[in-house]
Design a protein around this ligand. Structure first.
Ligand SMILES: [Zn+2]
Length: 124
């Protein structure tokens, strides 16, 4: 069983794990059922950590809860195995045309004392 805690424990060692149903849909971070088809027959699998940007926006407001230097780019990424993740894109894409832009997931500790790493994306 992949719990949110074990998801982040893997993330700490740089591994992206997700849940994959018999139809091959990936659900990340973990949920009780497949987000695509509702199956509860989920298997824990390590994912490639690669995906494509679906959308992004620029954030100008700094927050204590999310103390990343502003402005930063928040991106929604579809993973190659399926499933979507929201995270900080380390650089703003040079063009508004994002079709086909590939990224790789990286986990980073933002605050020294925080429990879990945050999700970042690096342009490939
Ligand atoms: Zn499914």
């Amino acid at each position: 069983m992949l719990t949110v805690e074990s998801f982040y424990e893997n993330a700490r060692s740089g591994k992206l794990v997700g849940l994959v149903c018999p139809s091959g849909h990936a659900t990340v971070p973990p949920k009780n059922t497949c987000l695509a088809c509702g199956s509860s027959m989920l298997e824990v699998k390590q994912l490639s950590g690669r995906g494509k940007i679906l959308s992004f926006t620029e954030v100008f407001v700094k927050s204590k809860e999310y103390p990343v230097d502003t402005p930063y780019v928040l991106a929604l990424v579809r993973l190659n195995e399926g499933g979507k993740l929201l995270g900080v894109l380390e650089q703003k894409p040079s063009t508004k045309e994002i079709d086909g832009l590939e990224v790789r997931v990286e986990f980073r500790q933002v605050l020294p004392d925080e429990k879990w790493p945050r999700i970042f994306f690096r342009l490939e």
